[in-house]
Design a protein around this ligand. Structure first.
Ligand code: B12
Ligand code: SF4
Length: 571
């Protein structure tokens, strides 16, 4: 019997008692934990595996050896990467981090799933392959799934992936409890938030109350994903939850309808930690559902503290915001603190907003757009066309407002077409009530895990063509899995994973496009890391490659830059 199973209680997170983990000397079957980031879209948009990072930090506190790994890089073959990861980590447990099921977008030119009405990226088939490979290469090792995407449809995902355990919602405490209880079924079945599948049925245990780990452990970010921190912003959460009911949205399901706030002191302490430890990080992404809900009190206090501490002189900030609540005083504070705003501004039509239970109205959206303009705050308005209630007239109205407040230096528009139907959302309930048929595209599957959209008044591809005509241009999401971009990212990833020899070997045989995209980052990391000899080799190889092609102004500029770097190192 596993001696740790003799423990009568299960420690909640943040317990002040020292918990018996492997570090306490008590034998425990699970010691090495592999947390696998299963997001294929990282290859296109490098979003840091923040959820897994919090889990790793928490479990390490209890003495477990935890590795976060990414199977879609550096080799184009995930099977090869996964084989390498499993061999190196020899895990006793694999945690599958499922952040996204798909991209939520129905008109992706380069998407891998769809028909003549929609096209998108659907990630689950790739995740299924990973699970299959894990089971073959590491038979008997328990697999526990979790993450925002998983929480949307836990039962259906366990079935689809043919695994037994998952965690809905926040994973720190349930995963610790699982690790300590496994394989004792009785104890496993008592874990809040855990969902277990056996013989085709699911046993779900209500989620426990979440609380942030405050002041208990040092902050960390995994250096193996450093590039994500420098490009997409370093994620920090100030609270969890959303009390709104926007018809299409899964976030109240993922984070809960009630807010759990962090202590301001802790957020400031974390920001100061970023400044002292991450010199190359310029931007913080507050990954809250919306930064300015439920009202302006908490976020205003935070921004004032940021300014008071002078943190705005070292960092800039981004987050998602609702158009209401948002006033002139708040906008002025955001501007002083150096915020960029991603505005959840689904539609300019009050009829559509109302029908979709969205709390703000056109007047709020316009006022916030104007306030951002007055305060010179960079603002991206994120819209959705085709939600219930959308007609040619409402679309025409939204397009005319976009043209009235056009995209420019500080203002951008992004839009998606159709509302992705996810299990448990008001939109899903509405579709189920109304019955199948009109305005539904994609595949209705168990748990709504496969891409499935509501789109009115016509199918997504046709509606998108209308919108592009109305705007006079497309708002294209350029996200092809481009070969050069992929190779460049693989090089960068290897550098973050400290595989310098492999970086050098691959760089010297990579096409110019990949070298050009990765050179800056690689050179910076090599020279800052004291690897001058490798930095010089990198420069010389890149210079030779640049000199062997047609000398366009851009190539000449790059040649000058590399010569400048070489000069500095030779001086
Ligand atoms: C902030 C955010 C962004 C930011 C990220 C910025 C940054 N620098 O990190 C931006 C705007 C860039 C972004 C981009 C995208 N996003 Co986004 N994003 C979010 C948001 C609001 C928060 C994510 C977050 O970091 N949360 C904080 C972390 C700590 O929480 P967590 O991930 O939930 O982790 C906890 C638990 O889930 C659990 N857990 C996590 N992993 C695991 C693993 C195991 C084994 C266990 C047991 C538990 C567990 O424990 C963690 C700690 O408690 C979520 C919605 C939400 N509220 O979750 C959407 C969300 C995840 N995004 C979504 C989407 C669709 C995207 C994009 C695909 C959009 C697009 N088309 O480009 C891209 C994907 C990019 C990528 N490569 O992943 C969807 C995914 C839905 C789906 N289809 O599955 C969500 C749910 C939003 C929505 N309303 O639909 N996103
Ligand atoms: S869209 Fe924003 S405000 Fe609406 S439910 Fe989702 S997270 Fe909350």
């Amino acid at each position: 019997m596993n001696p740790s199973h003799a423990q009568p209680d299960i420690f909640p997170g943040g317990s002040s008692r020292h918990p018996p983990g492997p570090s306490s000397g008590i034998d425990n079957e699970i010691r090495r934990i592999l947390l696998l980031y299963t997001d294929p879209y990282y290859v296109v948009k490098q979003v840091y595996p923040f959820g897994l990072d919090l889990l790793a930090r928490f479990l390490r506190r209890y003495g477990y050896h935890v590795t976060i790994a990414y199977p879609f890089l550096p080799d184009p073959d995930p099977g090869k990467n996964l084989g390498y990861i499993l061999k190196n980590t020899r895990p006793d447990l694999v945690g599958l981090g499922i952040r996204n099921l798909d991209t939520c977008m129905s008109c992706e030119r380069h998407g891998d799933t769809g028909d003549e009405t929609y096209r998108t990226f659907y990630f689950l088939p790739k995740i299924q392959n990973l699970v299959h490979r894990i089971k073959t290469a590491a038979p008997g090792v328990p697999i526990v799934a979790g993450g925002g995407g998983f929480t949307v449809a836990p039962g259906a995902l366990l079935d689809m992936l043919e695994i037994e355990y998952g965690v809905a919602g926040e994973g720190e405490t349930p995963l610790l409890q699982f690790v300590r209880a496994y394989p004792d079924n009785e104890r496993i079945h008592a874990i809040p938030g855990l969902i277990c599948r056996s013989n085709g049925t699911h046993a779900t245990h209500p989620r426990g109350t979440y609380r942030f780990e405050e002041g208990t452990s040092p902050f960390t970010r995994d250096p193996g994903f450093n590039y994500a921190l420098e490009t997409m912003g370093l994620p920090i959460q100030t609270k969890r939850g959303c009390n709104q009911q926007c018809s299409y949205c899964v976030e109240p399901i993922i984070e809960g309808k009630r807010f759990v706030f962090r202590k301001l002191e802790e957020i400031i302490r974390e920001l100061k930690w970023v400044v002292t430890t991450h010199a190359d990080v310029q931007s913080i992404f507050f990954v809250d559902t919306e930064f300015n809900v439920p009202d302006l009190t908490f976020c205003t206090q935070l921004i004032k503290r940021i300014i008071h501490e002078g943190l705005h002189e070292q960092l800039c900030f981004t987050s998602q915001f609702l158009p209401r609540p948002f006033d002139a005083e708040f906008a002025a504070l955001l501007a002083t603190a150096g915020f960029s705003v991603i505005l959840t501004g689904d539609s300019f039509s009050d009829a559509v907003l109302k029908k979709n239970q969205i709390s703000y109205r056109e007047a709020d959206l316009i006022r916030t757009i104007e306030l951002c303009e007055t305060q010179a705050i960079p603002c991206t308005v994120a819209m959705i066309f085709g939600l219930p209630g959308e007609t040619d007239d409402t679309i025409g109205h939204s397009l005319s407002q976009i043209n009235r407040y056009p995209a420019g230096f500080l203002r951008r528009y992004e839009y998606t077409v159709g509302g992705r139907i996810y299990q448990g959302t008001p939109l899903c309930r509405w579709v189920e009530r109304e019955g199948s048929g009109t305005h539904l595209y994609g595949n209705q599957s168990s748990g709504y895990v496969a891409p499935y959209y509501f789109c009115s008044p016509k199918h997504p591809a046709a509606l998108n063509r209308d919108i592009e005509r109305g705007l006079g241009h497309g708002v294209a999401y350029e996200n092809p899995f481009d070969d050069d971009a992929r190779t460049a990212l693989a090089l960068i990833f290897m550098m973050d994973q400290k595989e310098v020899d492999r970086v050098m070997e691959t760089f010297l045989t990579s096409p110019l496009g990949a070298c050009a995209r990765s050179f800056d980052y690689l050179f910076r990391k090599l020279s800052n890391g004291g690897r001058t000899s490798e930095a010089k080799t990198l420069c010389r190889h890149f210079l030779n490659a640049l000199m062997s092609v047609e000398p366009t102004p851009q190539i000449l500029e790059q040649i000058q830059m590399v010569q400048f770097y070489l000069g500095l190192m030779d001086a």
